[in-house]
Design a protein around this ligand. Structure first.
Ligand code: 26Q
Length: 823
């Protein structure tokens, strides 16, 4: 028997297995098989049903997954690797059922088990391997790539603990670990054949070979094993299953052996922990927290493991001729987080595969492409040279060499300008020199892109101005998008059904078709159905708010929502000030033309970001006052939703009337939550920032509530900003500030909001909350009036969904495909 197996090829074996399995291939039969096993354990029934179902669904994908791999290898397609420290995948079951068209079969299989599919889906833990926008974008991109039949592999880290779980205790954020793997991950497949080792520490030695060529060896390294865990990424009804390869760090065997041989068992086990620490936890900051050594280890670990994987695949197929590598491969860097892949690719090509510098550089620069996601200068990654020199000595050498050669190009462009050289150098000199990762990424990439029109403009005219002058051809825009499979077809089944009834199913893969429903705004039946859908979705959202926050949201009131990471530039504070303003008006009896609203804010603060945490506390305290006053209740309810995540957003965006996108203009690179709301028929109140600008262009001014300073005016106003004067000149803002300073919201905790009050009144307030307050309130008043005319509001809602087609990530990915990857 063993003999027979070894003689057959893997392919034959798989074919035989497939043929053999044919009769029991259905989802239902697989499910019966799994559930017998799972029910024999002590799990509760719904857990057992979820795991059985997930495993059965995965089995349905295995063949297509294998076929995808072998076809991509056979047909010599260009391969794209999407390198990201974050993939915010959320749940996989619902998405898989949609992609594989298995929902009906699934409900059938569940019939005997007295649970609904919805209940079973609630059992799945979110894969929260990301902070926010950047991580979720990576997840949406994977869905679009698979659905558009592109050979794209996601490379990331299999964090043992994803984004922390947020609890609210006495109004304060409390973080607890996210043990998402506790009961096992049914979707992943551990693939030890792809193991690679990643070197750390040690030192470099050089020697000259027989031909007189100098070589560098990186020796005495501490090696860490990278183990591949693959997750299937099914395309929408197209038989493609791409791969998300997540690396887990483990101790290497040799590593252990050395220590064991020295007889120090305890040391050896402790060292093992050191290796395993690397992939233990996701850093929960969404703007860079600089300098943490473990974070750099994560970045190098991901970059090195992924590149070794790519090169090994290449060598297996083409041998060590790398001349066509850049033609057949593209590597997309999701921000600078994996940008250490640049010197690492150089190292592997030169040290391991013995290429000359120029050849290696030509390959690197024809392969790498970099996406920037932030304009905040404080968020640009810098790493201390000192840390590099002991952790990654060989990599530091290579960065210096890249810089030296690149500085020649700068000197050529700006002869005799030593200031330019210093400003543009990859190395920031000083008593504690640092490496500027964004500069490294730009120098080595053939493409540098921003994530919305304004963002790219500002990169070219501000942050990366000099680089734009040097290499204008590298710079391009790719406005973000979100996948309509998860963010409409799956999360909003009622609206999907209505759209499909009207348009057929084509919109799911060609979202521009939604334009056609504009023609229905005067169709009374359609408008009524649209309202019924929204009403039902609002009921579901209200039930969630009730359950999570204990606050009654009345679906007859307007649902006004802001969910995203808590950040000063996103201005949750402005939203809270408006709530206080409404509260004050109600207490004054000034309720004429006031439309009853339920305001919801949700989002996590980075654990070390004190101001963001205070903003959460303020929201909770204000909510308490608002909700406990029976005079206020008829007009205003306010809740802070704990633990905002992907699964929460799936319920939130279908039930929202008004989406808050109120960042200080010029600060939000794009935003993607804004697009999810728009797709689901919410109206937006927003500034001219990020992708809001393009949303406004698509839907027209009449269907968008615009307010506030634009980016240029923000920069202008900053010159001579006097918030105290603005407050005195505004009766509304004065009243709000008075309530705040009087301690009305913190009677038993005096002084806790001092920082917030001072920030609003500071001439250095970067976020200019006071400057936009009056206009914000005035436009909010217009929103209320518009909402009173439900027919008119619904027509605007329909127009928003109709105009959202451009914000499908399929459109974005078509741009990456044609203009960057050229596959
Ligand atoms: C860096 C170094 C050390 C620790 C953490 C980090 C880090 C981690 C995550 C820095 C930044 C992030 C995430 C940034 C992010 O999510 N940016 C958002 O990206 C979205 C997708 O392009 C945009 O829509 C948002 O506008 C942008 O804020």
């Amino acid at each position: 028997m063993a003999n027979k197996v070894s003689k057959s090829s893997t392919k034959e074996l798989a074919e035989n297995a497939a043929a053999y399995c044919e009769p029991c291939d259905s989802l239902g039969m697989a499910f019966s098989r799994h559930i017998r096993y799972w029910l024999s354990r002590d799990d509760d029934a719904s857990t057992a049903v979820f795991y059985s179902l997930a495993l059965s669904v995965k089995e349905q994908m295995l063949e297509a997954w294998r076929d995808t791999r072998s076809q991509d290898a056979q047909f010599d397609k260009k391969q794209v690797a999407y390198l990201s420290l974050e993939f915010l995948m959320g749940r996989a079951l619902g998405n898989a059922l949609l992609s594989l068209d298995l929902s009906d079969e699934c409900r059938q299989a569940l019939k005997e088990y007295s649970v609904t599919l919805e209940e079973v889906q609630e059992q799945e833990h979110d894969a929260g391997l990301g902070n926010g926008g950047l991580g979720r974008l990576a997840a949406c991109f994977l869905d679009s790539c698979a659905s558009m039949d592109l050979a794209v592999t996601g490379y990331g880290i299999r964090y043992e603990y994803g984004m922390f779980v947020q609890k609210i205790v006495d109004g304060y954020q409390q973080e607890s670990p996210d043990k998402w793997l506790r009961s096992g991950n049914p979707w992943e497949v551990r693939v030890p054949v792809h193991n690679v080792t990643v070197p750390f520490f040690g030192r470099t030695e050089s020697y000259v070979d027989r031909n007189g060529r100098r070589h560098v060896c990186w020796v005495d390294t501490h090696d860490v094993l990278a183990v591949a865990y693959d997750m299937p990424i099914p395309g929408y009804k197209n038989q493609r299953v791409n791969t998300l390869r997540l690396w887990k760090s483990e101790a290497t065997d040799e590593f252990d052996l050395d220590e064991f041989n020295q007889g120090d068992y305890a040391e050896a086990v402790a060292r093992k922990n050191l290796a395993e620490q690397i992939t233990m936890v996701l850093y929960p900051n969404d703007s860079s927290e600089n300098g943490k050594e473990l974070r750099l280890r994560q970045q190098y670990f991901l970059s090195s493991a992924s590149l070794q994987d790519l090169l090994r695949t290449w060598v297996k197929k083409f041998g060590t001729d790398f001349s066509q590598f850049g033609v057949k491969n593209a590597i997309q860097l999701n921000d600078t987080h994996p940008s250490i892949a640049v010197p690492e690719l150089m190292r592997l090509l030169i040290d391991e595969y013995l290429l000359e510098w120029d050849e290696a550089w030509a390959i690197t620069t024809s392969t790498m492409a970099y996406t920037n996601h932030t304009l905040l200068p404080e968020a640009l990654e810098r790493w201390s040279v000192r840390m590099f020199s002991y952790m990654l000595p060989r990599i530091l050498d290579i960065i210096y060499e890249i810089n030296a050669r690149y500085m020649d190009a700068v000197a050529h462009q700006w002869p005799g300008n030593s200031q330019k050289l210093a400003e543009m150098s990859i190395i920031e000199e000083g008593h504690d020199p640092h490496i500027r990762m964004a500069y490294l990424a730009i120098v080595a990439s053939f493409s540098v892109n921003g994530v919305a029109g304004l963002h790219t403009q500002l990169l070219k005219s501000g942050l990366f101005k000099d680089f734009y002058q040097l290499w204008p051809e590298k710079f391009n825009n790719k406005t973000n998008g979100v996948t309509p499979r998860r963010w409409l077809a799956y999360c909003n089944p009622r609206l999907s059904a209505l759209l499909t009834k009207q348009l057929g199913e084509g919109w799911v893969t060609d979202l521009s078709q939604l334009r056609k429903i504009e023609g229905c705004v005067d169709n009374k039946t359609f408008v009524k159905q649209w309202q019924e859908v929204k009403q039902a979705n609002k009921q579901e959202l209200a039930a969630m708010v009730k359950q999570q926050c204990g606050v009654d949201f009345d679906p007859a009131m307007m649902f006004d929502v802001q969910v995203k990471r808590i950040h000063e530039y996103k201005r949750q504070l402005l939203n809270i000030l408006h709530v206080i303003h409404l509260y004050h008006r109600i207490l004054q009896g000034d309720t004429q033309n006031m439309v009853p609203r339920c305001v919801l804010i949700g989002g996590k603060a980075a654990p070390g970001y004190a101001m963001a945490k205070t903003i959460i506390k303020l929201a909770n305290n204000v909510a308490h006052m608002v909700n406990s006053d029976p005079l206020v209740r008829p007009f205003l309810r306010f809740a802070f939703l704990p633990n905002y995540n992907v699964s929460a957003m799936e319920k939130i965006c279908p039930g929202t009337d008004l989406s808050e996108q109120i960042s200080t203009a010029g600060k939000e690179a794009s935003g993607t939550g804004n697009m999810k709301f728009m797709m689901n028929g919410a109206l937006t109140i927003g500034t001219l920032d990020g992708a809001n600008i393009e949303m406004l262009e698509e839907v027209g001014e009449d269907n968008f509530f615009l307010f506030g300073l634009n980016a240029e005016q923000v920069a202008q106003t900053r010159q001579n900003y006097r918030p105290a004067d603005i407050v005195s000149a505004s009766p509304a803002l004065s009243a709000v500030m008075e309530l705040l300073t009087s301690g009305h919201f913190n009677l038993i905790e005096p002084g806790i909001f001092e920082h917030i009050i001072n920030a609003i009144l500071s001439p250095y307030d970067q976020w200019m909350t006071a400057a936009d307050f009056d206009d914000y309130c005035a436009v909010q008043q217009k929103v209320g009036l518009a909402y009173q005319d439900q027919k008119y509001w619904t027509q605007m809602s329909i127009r928003n969904t109709a105009a959202s087609g451009r914000f499908s990530s399929d459109v974005t990915i078509a741009g990456y495909r044609d203009e960057i990857w050229r596959v």
